[in-house]
Design a protein around this ligand. Structure first.
Ligand code: A3D
Length: 320
């Protein structure tokens, strides 16, 4: 069986890390695309030269021409600009919307049947615009955010409880903004929901609330530390988990920004919800029951995404 082809649009911090992880996990051959001349070529060659040391087989190519992504099975998009300290994700909208138009045209021409994962911020609006520009079927395009946000929550919880991250599951829904919705009721340690762990004295409600808040601001915490850009190791690992589930038909249940057609009362928008990713792309959208409070938090988050989508339509009236 021929190896899968993975195209990475954007060869910056996340793009380079994606390329390395895809090789280490032997997910397929990698093409790095960027507008910057030499960066995708240099990173591709550098990683290819690490392959003999780590013992993986994958070919690497760098390109500044979209023709190189032709026939890709998976396309992961990180093209655009990241946040600097003091910026919100939404500040990136105008610049990155233009980038999505160029990327969408490239995908439409050369890889219209790929499974597309968007990472560029502001995530929920950019994946919406990318779907419109590329014409990729809604079940073949998702945004990466929930896996990362959940991983951050899991890390904080595992540290607090002093248990393996493997036994901590977390459930974060909604848009990828400061009003994302970490659902404590559905987050567990080995199946024990967090509210029960509070009752059992493993942690206090105050500490749990603080971890929820830290999760919401998790991206900003890293931006403030790095000062020159935003997180890239955990975002790349998260997108690779999504790509792997598609390529290996693993049917993992992952929180992703998916196109909703009425689920959760939302239409024609990408919002973070649990989905099953398999060989057909988004194979199922999981609808859970919310309490009144959760419903209100989700509605607030959806309203923020709607605001960003409306802003995209204003900037580019061709987007309907
Ligand atoms: P960075 O290291 O700057 O890489 C971005 C790359 O995109 C650079 O190499 C640019 O040259 C390239 N680029 C710019 N314009 C184009 C274009 N038109 N076509 C092709 N390539 C282009 O950024 P990064 O890798 O750290 O982050 C990339 C994006 O991911 C940013 O928008 C971040 O805000 C976003 N991000 C999202 C999350 C989520 O959880 C959703 C997390 C972290 C970062």
């Amino acid at each position: 069986m021929a190896r899968s082809k993975i195209a990475l649009i954007g060869a910056g911090q996340i793009g380079g890390t994606l390329a390395h992880l895809a090789g280490l996990k032997e997910l397929g051959d990698v093409v790095l695309f960027d507008i910057a001349d030499g960066i995708p070529q240099g990173k591709g060659l550098d990683i290819a030269e690490s392959a003999p040391v780590d013992g993986f087989d994958a070919s690497y190519a760098g390109a500044n021409d979209y023709a190189a992504i032709e026939g890709a099975d998976v396309v992961i998009v990180t093209a655009g600009v990241p946040r600097k300290p003091g910026m919100s994700r939404d500040d990136l909208l105008g610049i990155n919307l233009k980038v999505m138009e160029a990327v969408g045209n490239g995908i439409k021409q050369y890889a219209p049947n790929a499974f597309v994962i968007c990472i560029t911020n502001p995530l929920d609006a950019m994946v919406w615009a990318l779907q419109k520009f590329s014409g990729v079927k809604p079940e073949k395009i998702v945004g990466m955010a929930g896996v990362l946000d959940s991983a951050r929550f899991r890390h904080f919880l595992a540290e607090e409880f002093n248990v393996s991250v493997k036994d901590v599951t977390a459930f974060v829904l909604g848009g990828h903004g400061d009003d994302m919705v970490p659902l404590v009721r559905y987050s567990t340690v080995a199946g024990i929901p967090l509210p029960d762990l509070v009752k059992m004295g493993w942690t206090s409600q105050e500490k749990l609330d603080a971890m929820v808040e830290r999760t919401r601001k998790g991206g900003g915490e890293i931006v403030n530390l790095l000062k020159t850009g935003s997180a890239f190791y955990a975002p790349a690992a998260s997108a690779i988990a999504m790509a792997e589930s598609y390529l290996k038909d693993k049917k993992r249940v992952l929180p992703c920004a998916a196109y909703l057609t009425g689920q959760y009362g939302v239409k024609d928008m990408f919002v973070g919800v649990p989905i099953v990713i398999g060989a057909k792309g988004v194979e199922r959208i999981v609808e859970v029951e919310f309490t009144g409070e959760e419903k209100a938090m989700f509605a607030k988050s959806v309203a923020s995404v709607q605001g960003l989508v409306d802003a995209c339509k204003q900037i580019n009236p061709a987007l309907k």
